[in-house]
Write a protein that binds this ligand. Structure first.
Ligand SMILES: [Zn+2]
Ligand SMILES: [Zn+2]
Length: 339
């Protein structure tokens, strides 16, 4: 656990995603912001018991957004503590089983985007636990010493939280405090204020605007969904630099046209660009299968020279068929699980 500021503690889960224990200002009261991936509940409960006292519980769980790495253990924790789960009203369809997020964009570049093809898709339903905050009231329910800010672009109802008194910012996935496009950098926790969640950003102009909104706060301490705590002058300077030179990718599904969403979910999607990876994977897979079959047919290990010839034949065969491969079917609609 790391201290972000007085009464604000960051817990990093599975070297990947953060949750926050935040004291409300009323003695003995606290809220949990975000819940990590599914299966994180025991770790979070144990950390809370250690930080406060055994058997403690928060006043509420507040979700920055409903992507699976932030919502994953919300059901288990809310049931365990018997507390509400607070979200922005625009997140309601995605956390009550009514809509999927705009589909992820694996073509946008970076290792996170590459990996996003393999992230699971789920349609969580917290309907009996969820409470939407009042969009006309800037104070945060159960956490009156912070105000919330609506920072869309990554998730339609994404929330950041700011404590004016000492400049503490919880930035969600509006940006990250590590190089979020790179899975190794995330796992190593190398500090760097960066754009976040590229394969899940459905509106790049809104994502840029959200970073500009947060940079204008000139925060003195920053904790995000991904990456370590950053405090001191580097916090405001790093965020200002990102806002002034926000790197919208050069290509990707949502670069020229955003997905449009409304209170009930996704309203319009730009067409998906051709994803070349399934074709490349199919060619590699077919080549490996052909080579494996040839190895078996030629007697395997005992016939080293023949084996090598068989590999060459299989390789040539696969190269011949390569140009005649029919294109793969269009990718299935897979809603955002998130990062
Ligand atoms: Zn996310
Ligand atoms: Zn995330």
């Amino acid at each position: 656990m790391d201290t972000l500021a007085a009464g604000v503690t960051q817990l990093r889960i599975q070297r990947f995603v953060n949750v926050y224990f935040v004291e409300t200002g009323t003695p003995g009261e606290w809220v949990l912001i975000d819940t990590g991936l599914p299966g994180s509940a025991k770790t979070i409960i144990a950390a809370a018991d250690k930080l406060f006292y055994p058997g403690t519980h928060p006043e509420a769980i507040i979700l920055t957004h409903g992507h699976l790495d932030h919502l994953g253990s919300a059901r288990e924790l809310a049931d365990h503590w018997n507390v509400p789960v607070v979200v922005h009203p625009l997140e309601l369809p995605y956390v009550t089983g009514k809509a999927l997020y705009p589909p992820r964009d694996p073509t946008v570049g970076g290792s996170l985007a590459f990996m996003s093809r393999f992230f699971p898709t789920q349609l969580p339903n917290l309907e009996d636990r969820v409470q939407a905050l009042d969009a006309d009231d800037p104070s945060t329910p159960y956490l009156m010493n912070f105000r919330w800010l609506h920072v869309p672009g990554h998730a339609p109802g994404q929330l950041a939280f700011f404590r004016e008194a000492d400049g503490v910012l919880i930035g969600a996935d509006a940006f990250a405090t590590t190089h979020h496009d790179s899975v190794p950098a995330v796992l190593l926790g190398i500090p760097k204020i960066s754009r976040a969640g590229t394969p899940f950003n459905y509106d790049w102009q809104a994502a840029r605007q959200s970073v500009q909104t947060l940079a204008a706060l000139e925060p003195k301490a920053i904790g995000c969904g991904h990456g370590p705590v950053i405090t001191g002058p580097e916090a405001a300077a790093g965020l200002r630099a990102l806002a002034d030179n926000y790197p919208v990718p050069s290509h990707g599904r949502y670069v020229n046209e955003p997905a449009r969403t409304d209170a009930s979910g996704v309203e319009h999607l730009p067409p998906a660009p051709k994803d070349k990876l399934p074709m490349q994977a199919a060619i590699v897979g077919a080549s490996l299968l052909a080579a494996g079959a040839a190895w078996l047919l030629t007697g395997g290990r005992r016939k080293t020279r023949k084996e090598s010839k068989a590999y060459k034949r299989a390789y040539k065969a696969s190269q011949k068929t390569r140009k005649y491969q029919s294109p793969p079917p269009p990718p299935l609609y897979r809603g955002g699980v998130g990062s």
